[in-house]
Design a protein around this ligand. Structure first.
Ligand code: S3P
Length: 425
């Protein structure tokens, strides 16, 4: 797909439903008794993988453009799948469902695409094994395909070496089936949608600082969930609006949960003009409209506890840093190496191809802003967040930019290019 320089971007948009929340609504709805109705569900390929897996586990799910209906069968209502569960490109599906499957009275095999087959699963195999689960990597390389034979699980306290909501959620979900309370402490607080939503369904989940604790065997009851807009999808338009002269974009109904809003704090530190309007709480999650105006930006230092709150936004923040005066340092972000692609290597390689001054480090990047970007051929590595970040970079670059594998945006934002076009007027 070819992109050209464009100025300005103006208008009002909504972004699709939050990916993390959409996955969880399907999973927890399946484990609840009665019907769960989800509106503003993200119809992205990752969330469709979750629907596909739960249908294979015997759950009746109606998917229409207006709403999703999950006919839950309770904590013990899943049945053995006839075939391997295909989790596609989705790390959230793979890791969270593993926690649920560890406590079932049947065995099954999970597998995904080439990216999933290279992402680390030891981080869930280790704590699940401590709980008594029988989970093996079939190629013995710590990755999918995984074979999980449901077992009797014990409650544990797990100190996670990584701040990962997927790891935390996997353990808490296994904890639903354990014989005693289960808790997880993380080095920094990761997104807390599992804790908030499971409590909404009726589970006893307590959070104290970076520790979350769940009690086993709750009765979960079906509920209505309206999914807020995904701040990780809004991030591309926040960056584009700030970077491109003359731009003004109003993004309606964006989730601004404090475990996800790091990008707002960082762009403000960089001198970005983003106003939060009409704050309200919807389905237990804070949401707001974001008004973004073009701004003169300067470099900043990003590291420590803020990293988990903007981990998926770092690729587009790196693009923004190229347009800012001065140096931006991103550190403590080694997790970027094990996302859908190695995002430190792929961002550095592609930004350098466009004329940016970027140095990859072990745990992030050093970006010297203020060097004009030019068009280039960009390899998305089939990573949706890379493709969208470079579509934004291309709007500020001289000449033409070609992005290969650009349709991978269907993973999290199927209408991304249409929305971008609408803002071009
Ligand atoms: C997610 C958690 C994060 C994030 C991913 C979605 C979730 O991954 O990068 O896109 O829904 O729990 P990690 O848990 O690996 O940090």
């Amino acid at each position: 797909m070819i992109f050209k320089k464009h100025a300005p971007l103006r208008g009002e948009i909504t972004v699709p439903g939050d990916k993390s929340i959409s996955h969880r609504a399907v999973m927890f709805g399946a484990l609840a008794e009665g019907t769960t109705e989800i509106t503003n569900f993200l119809q992205g390929a990752d969330c469709l993988s979750t629907i596909h897996c739960f249908r294979m586990l015997g759950i009746d799910i109606e998917n229409t453009p207006e709403r999703i209906l999950i006919h839950g069968k309770g904590l013990h209502g899943l049945s053995a799948p006839a075939d391997t569960l295909d989790t596609g490109n989705s790390g959230t599906t793979t890791r969270l469902i593993s926690g649920i499957l560890a406590g079932q009275p049947f065995s099954c095999t999970l597998n995904g695409d080439a990216s999933i087959q290279s992402r680390p699963m030891k981080r869930i195999m280790e704590p699940l094994s401590q709980m008594g689960a029988d989970i093996v990597s079939l190629k013995d390389n710590g990755c999918a395909p995984l074979r999980i034979c449901g077992s009797h699980l014990h409650g544990i306290h797990y100190s996670s070496p990584v701040a990962s909501a997927q790891v935390k959620s996997c353990i808490l979900l296994a904890g639903l089936y354990a014989d005693a309370p289960t808790s997880v402490t993380e080095p920094q607080l990761s997104r807390n949608h599992t804790e908030l939503m499971l409590a909404g369904f009726g589970a006893d989940v307590q959070s104290h600082g970076t520790t979350a604790t769940i009690l086993p065997e709750p009765v979960l009851s079906g509920m209505k969930i309206t999914v807020p807009g995904d701040i990780s999808s809004a991030a591309y338009f926040i960056a584009a609006g700030l970077m491109i002269p003359g731009s003004e974009i109003l993004i309606r109904n964006v989730g601004i949960n404090p475990t996800r809003d790091g990008i707002l704090r960082v762009v403000r530190d960089m001198g970005g003009d983003v106003t939060v309007l009409n704050e309200k709480v919807s389905g237990g999650e804070p949401v707001a409209d974001l008004l973004v105006k073009h701004s003169a930006l300067h470099g900043t230092d990003i590291g420590g506890g803020i990293i988990p709150t903007l981990i998926d936004e770092l690729p587009v923040i790196a693009v923004l840093a190229c347009m800012a005066e001065g140096t931006t340092v991103i550190r403590d972000a080694q997790e970027l190496k094990v996302k859908e692609s190695d995002r430190i290597a792929v961002m550095t390689e592609n930004l350098t191809a466009m004329g940016a001054h970027v140095t990859a480090t072990d745990d992030g990047m050093i970006i010297e802003g203020g060097h004009p970007l030019h068009g280039a051929v960009i390899d998305s590595h089939l990573d949706h967040r890379i493709a969208m970040s470079f579509a934004v970079a291309a709007l500020a670059a001289d000449g033409e930019t070609e992005i290969t594998g650009a349709d991978c945006v269907r993973i999290s934002y199927p209408d991304f290019y249409e929305t971008l076009k609408a803002l071009m007027g």
